[in-house]
Design a protein around this ligand. Structure first.
Ligand SMILES: [Cu+2]
Length: 146
């Protein structure tokens, strides 16, 4: 019985992306805003905040990014590329506190759970496709106010 429990805990720790998006997750879909397109690389992206956004500098915000090809299948971003998050308050001229970093969860599924903002308000969120020279080869943005 004890070993069964250990296996259960192990499975919990290794929960896949399917489990990840269960009813416990509050997907803050931004209706028209959650579809993004990196046209130069023929990628479509869907973005989901995994909890209501917080402007508390001590609170981590989690962003889930799904990457699709033009046929609607989940695909990894091109080999040797990576995703980066960035955000600013255009009206106030300052960036976020922490841009965090993306981890690949599964094919086409990337999660950044270390994004910190300094306040609520009008934010311009950005996703950058980066090459190994740390150059942004394509950038998309969406605006969010909370
Ligand atoms: Cu501000």
């Amino acid at each position: 019985m004890k070993s069964l429990f250990v296996v259960f805990i192990f499975l919990m720790a290794c929960s896949g992306p399917k489990d990840y998006r269960t009813e416990d997750v509050n997907l803050n879909q931004q209706s028209k805003d959650n579809d993004l397109s990196m046209k130069d690389h023929h990628l479509k992206l869907k973005i989901y905040w995994l909890a209501p956004l917080s402007g508390n500098v001590n609170v981590n915000n989690s962003l889930l990014v799904l990457v699709f090809n033009n046929n609607g299948f989940l695909v990894d971003i091109p080999e040797n590329y990576y995703l980066e998050f960035y955000a600013t308050m255009p009206e106030m001229g300052h960036p976020m506190e922490s841009e965090g970093y993306f981890k690949r969860i599964d094919k086409g599924i990337y999660k950044n759970e270390n994004i910190k903002f300094t306040m609520g308000g009008f934010w311009r969120m950005e996703l950058w496709l980066m090459n190994l020279n740390n150059e942004a080869v394509e950038q998309v943005f969406w605006d969010t106010t909370w």
